[in-house]
Ligand binder design. Structure first.
Ligand SMILES: [Zn+2]
Length: 71
């Protein structure tokens, strides 16, 4: 049985340092807020990206615009 581990990453910078913030006001259950702890990013919102663990590095590379493979 293959279990694919998924991680939440920031939709802005692709960092996996995204954290969920549980918000509840007067008993109302609100959608989780997420914020990014990555320095210089500061993303916060209700959206996050869920990808497979092995895609994280790939995503970061794409987001950093570093697409050149050193040969
Ligand atoms: Zn971020």
């Amino acid at each position: 049985m293959v279990v694919v581990t998924k991680v939440r990453v920031c939709p802005k910078c692709g960092s996996d340092k995204i954290r969920a913030v549980k918000t509840s006001v007067s008993g109302w259950l609100l959608p989780n807020q997420y914020y990014c702890e990555e320095e210089g990013c500061g993303y916060s919102g209700t959206l996050y990206v869920e990808i497979e663990v092995e895609e994280v590095e790939q995503l970061k590379r794409v987001m950093n615009g570093d697409s050149k493979e050193s040969t």
